[in-house]
Design a protein around this ligand. Structure first.
Ligand code: M6R
Length: 610
């Protein structure tokens, strides 16, 4: 995730900007830069690829001073992590400068228009179009030019803009990614998150979507997109620095669960275009020839990432008619596996550094497979050894228990399934259109589930005394049963086992009595009746039933002791929703039991050794 800072006031601006960028380092980034402006009208930019220390070293060697400015840490989406692509970006005259977090979906059209007007682009970023647009509309009033620019943009953005011709003024706007304005005494701050601001002021405005703010040392004026002033009084935040990093949540895990609507949206945006009915997975280097010559797809991963791969198999086989093999990386690497000619192996890995996954990738490549990865960390080993990479846009995942990495992996896998289906001629344009429409609703539907977190906490309180749990599901819900069980066991140390519901009679049903809750995943699908029967069988043996059902399912409610619901969706999307209540259930059970949620015993975030 990119990080944004801005400052206007009486201090020397560079140390404030660098301090702010340091406090945003946790978001992850691959390049950084600052723009420094003086009241006398000068504007200077410094940018460096790589770590922030590179920028700091450059500024120590060749210092800058100024009165106001903006800074940025970039997590590359459009264009490589190079100095040229690093922010801030400036207009051709070098008078207007801008930082941006987000993705501009229609940047290619906008760029073509600007180029035909003679604008020369110097980067590969989507961001650069914004600064040229602001310049093209600029007639002496920066906020007016910004508002007109926003009318042209499709996508998501948080931006901060400055003009060398309007001293001591920053204009900031938000549609999607967060923006916080710190209100000080004759100085004001802008940042992507609270930590950069906390050392200076505790009075902050959390800018709402669709709003624009004009920030000077003496004032913060918030307006809507038409320029009408909106009341946005500062709130006092009493967070200590650690709480601030957690965004006010008690644990990183909870924060990350709540970040899922944004993380999933960010992983889809720029890759799916509903109106054009288009899926753009350029980074994978997947074309019709490859899609049609592929003999099979091998999906490799460990733990939660392996569960995502299991879901992916259902989607890809169904939508693309392509055989998919899923392997735990730790097994694949030592199995002397057969890899058919024209195979593609795709690793799923949040960190990109999991030892078993990297070994399995090398094994597959050594046996002739083309190598892809779906990964959350740009520049990680997995991304470096892959022939094609889909980056999940989850942002840094700090809690050991993986949550938003999982749902963003699912989002990417689903797009991959659709793209393969389209290229292999298995899906009509209408079929793709229908699915893109439903997919675009998923982030909002995850939000709906999160609004019911208190109800799920109450269920967790009622089940936390049980010592063992069974999680069951069929079809695409089976991997979700596995993932729900993993979440519970890793953070609460309770025994939890995931099973395909159809396997119950082959053994596990012997475990069931009044001391064993059965968490049964039965949202609406063609397998609903069958899972419902398994639930009734468990109920008949005195099992305590926690159903996960589609909203309004009275039948399941009737024989469940507790019911967790998800919004109605196309059945194939239910994994993206059904995992959310299970993450929350695991979280609240662990809290109830007083466990160390973010750093469970014996576990590391990244398993870089065998
Ligand atoms: O970074 P990776 O996705 O390669 O990590 C794989 C597993 O270690 C990881 O998913 C683990 O199972 C989770 N932390 C569990 O929540």
């Amino acid at each position: 995730m990119c990080g944004i800072v801005g400052y206007v006031g009486h201090r020397d601006v560079v140390p404030v900007l660098l301090d702010g960028l340091t406090r945003l380092e946790y978001r992850g980034y691959d390049s950084a830069g600052v723009a420094v402006l003086c009241r006398e009208g000068s504007l200077s930019i410094r940018r460096e690829a790589g770590k922030l220390v590179n920028l700091k070293t450059e500024l120590e060697a060749d210092p800058l001073t100024g009165h106001y400015g903006i800074g940025h840490t970039r997590w590359a989406t459009h264009g490589k992590p190079t100095t040229e692509n690093a922010h801030p970006h400036q207009d051709s005259a070098g008078r207007i400068v801008l930082v941006h977090n987000g993705i501009i979906e229609n940047f290619l059209d906008l760029r073509a228009g600007l180029e035909s007007d003679g604008v020369e682009f110097v980067s590969e970023t989507d961001t650069e179009v914004i600064v040229h647009l602001v310049a093209s509309y600029y007639e002496g009033c920066l906020e007016e030019a910004v508002r007109r620019t926003l009318d042209d943009l499709e996508g998501i953005y948080a931006i901060v803009v400055a003009s060398a011709d309007e001293p001591d003024k920053l204009v900031t706007a938000r549609q999607g990614p967060p923006l916080v304005i710190g209100v000080g005494d004759n100085e004001n701050f802008i940042a992507s998150d609270v930590p950069p601001v906390l050392g200076y002021t505790r009075d902050v405005i959390f800018l709402d979507d669709g709003l624009v703010a004009i920030v000077t040392p003496e004032s913060v004026v918030v307006t809507d997109r038409q320029g009408t002033v909106v009341d946005a009084p500062p709130q006092r935040v009493d967070w200590d620095p650690v709480t601030a990093e957690k965004g006010g949540y008690e644990h990183f895990m909870l924060k990350e669960i709540f970040e899922q609507p944004t993380a999933v949206r960010d992983s889809l945006v720029g890759r799916m275009y509903r109106r054009a009915v288009e899926i753009d997975l350029g980074e994978l280097n997947l074309d019709a020839e490859l899609a049609n010559s592929m003999s099979e797809l091998l999906l490799l991963g460990c733990g939660t990432s392996w569960h995502a791969a299991l879901v992916g198999r259902y989607w890809i086989e169904k939508l693309a008619g392509l055989p998919v093999r899923v392997d735990q990386a730790s097994e694949f690497r030592y199995r002397d596996p057969l890899v058919a000619e024209n195979s593609v192996a795709c690793a799923l890995t949040q960190s990109g550094e999991t030892a078993d996954t990297l070994a399995a990738m090398r094994e597959a490549k050594g046996r002739g497979a083309k190598l892809w990865s779906i990964c959350n960390v740009i520049g990680s080993m997995a991304t470096r050894i892959s022939d094609g990479v889909l980056l999940t846009q989850a942002g840094p995942e700090i809690s050991v228990a993986s949550t938003k990495a999982f749902t963003t992996q699912l989002a990417c896998l689903y797009l991959m399934a659709l793209k393969l289906g389209e290229l292999r001629g298995r899906l009509s344009r209408e079929a793709v259109e229908l699915r893109l429409h439903s997919l675009s609703r998923i982030p909002g539907q995850i939000e709906e589930i999160l609004h019911r977190a208190d109800d799920i906490a109450a269920v967790a309180k009622r089940v936390a005394h049980f010592k063992q749990f069974l999680f069951i599901g069929r079809g695409v819900m089976y991997p979700i049963a596995l993932e729900g069980a993993l979440k519970l066991k890793e953070i609460s140390y309770l025994h939890a086992h995931g099973y395909p519901a159809g396997e119950m009679k082959h053994g596990p049903i012997a475990l069931i009595d009044e001391g064993v809750p059965v968490v049964a995943l039965a949202p609406q699908s063609n397998l609903y009746e069958k899972t419902a029967s398994n639930m009734q069988e468990a109920k008949a043996r005195d099992g305590f039933i926690v159903g996960v059902a589609t909203e309004g399912d009275a039948a399941l409610a009737a024989f469940s002791d507790e019911l967790l619901t998800i919004p109605d969706c196309l059945p194939e999307f239910s994994p993206l929703l059904a995992i959310v209540p299970l993450q929350l259930l695991a979280y609240y059970v662990a809290v109830e039991l007083g466990c160390d949620v973010d750093q469970p015993r014996n576990l590391a975030k990244s398993v870089t050794v065998e």
